[in-house]
Design a binder for this molecule. Structure first.
Ligand SMILES: [Fe+2]
Ligand SMILES: [Fe+2]
Length: 340
């Protein structure tokens, strides 16, 4: 997009909602005593799902930061660039703080390294088959999915009531910031790609890749994160019933996923169409984040206008996406065999 020096400063959708993306570094620490093995309500299945997500988050966040960096080199507007940089900073800190919990999980013998490699492989294969633009669009869809999960948790905070205080604080802070920056990647991406038919098709293709990855990786990592001493529980339906209720029951955390997916295929989609972030942030600010965690935002230098050609999605891309789904299943089978 071209800039015009006489143009008034951009008001991003986040700014228009009174939302300022604010990097924070909380002092969370995770010790054996604070994090019981089944830290989520004594429930093996739910704990395994949130532990799996903690490892997936670290890999996903590396992609979000890389996406932000790529966009930043193409964003010629100070306000959009600043918000993108703040988003990247938040995501980098999320990964670093989740790594503290993941370290404890690894020390307990959970397959953290194996899981990280598996999820990294899924992303590199997506890029190998789909190309860099598809990887970025997949990151965009992933970010939207995480943001919606964050909204769902904060809409019913009682869903986290059973969690031990340390991991509960980690997730609530993380979800708070996901809501705070939910539009940032979308707005940076849209600034660079626009909202034309090619951009919409690319976003849709990214969503297909994201669904293929999350649909396989979250269940598989959940399975893998069942502790060695409770492996027999993997085969009992009772292990998974509470998790199924938490995710898919009435008001389940994933019950809005279909609507989210359908909405994001619209050309003029914006994350704030789904939820207004302001009242959520207002409601949780005092309980979930602290002013003393705030760290200075890194300065973002907007670049000159860079012409970005949005690749046109065609039947070959659809065929590649189908091929990718098959590959995901094969890689997932290898992962599950390795963590059996
Ligand atoms: Fe995050
Ligand atoms: Fe995020």
């Amino acid at each position: 997009m071209q800039t015009d020096n006489a143009r008034p400063p951009t008001v991003t959708p986040s700014m228009a909602h009174g939302v300022r993306v604010t990097p924070r570094l909380p002092d969370f620490a995770f010790h054996d005593g604070d994090v019981p093995e089944a830290w989520f309500d004594g429930d093996v299945g739910i704990t395994a799902a949130w532990n799996g997500l903690s490892v997936i988050a670290g890999v996903g966040e590396a992609l979000f930061v890389a996406s932000g960096r790529w966009l930043l080199a193409r964003i010629d507007d100070p306000a959009v660039a600043d918000e993108t940089a703040r988003f990247m900073q938040q995501e980098a800190i999320h990964a670093a703080v989740h790594a503290r919990l993941n370290k404890l999980l690894a020390a307990r013998g959970l397959p953290v390294e194996e899981t990280r490699r598996y999820v990294e492989d899924l992303l590199s294969e997506a890029e190998r088959r789909g190309g860099h633009s598809v990887l970025m669009a997949l990151g965009l869809a992933g970010e939207q999915a995480v943001g919606e999960l964050a909204h769902a948790v904060l809409a019913s905070p009682a869903s986290m009531d059973g969690a031990a205080p340390a991991p509960r604080a980690l997730y609530l802070w993380h979800w708070y910031e996901e809501v705070e920056h939910q539009a940032a990647l979308h707005d940076g991406w849209t600034w660079v790609h626009g909202q034309g038919p090619d951009a919409t098709a690319l976003r849709a293709l990214g969503a297909v890749y994201a669904v293929a990855i999350l649909g396989a990786a979250w269940p598989a990592t959940t399975w893998a994160m069942v502790p060695a001493g409770a492996r027999g529980a993997r085969w009992r339906l009772a292990t998974w019933r509470p998790l199924a209720r938490q995710m898919f029951g009435d008001d389940g955390l994933l019950s809005g996923a279909g609507r989210n997916l359908r909405s994001l295929l619209r050309a003029d989609f914006h994350p704030f169409d789904m939820h207004d972030p302001a009242p959520v942030l207002e409601r949780f600010r005092d309980a979930v984040v602290r002013a003393e965690w705030e760290v200075p935002a890194k300065e973002a230098k907007p670049h000159g206008p860079v012409e970005t050609v949005v690749p046109r999605v065609g039947p070959r891309d659809a065929a590649r996406a189908v091929g990718f789904m098959g590959w995901v299943l094969r890689r997932t089978a290898r992962y599950l065999a390795a963590v059996a």
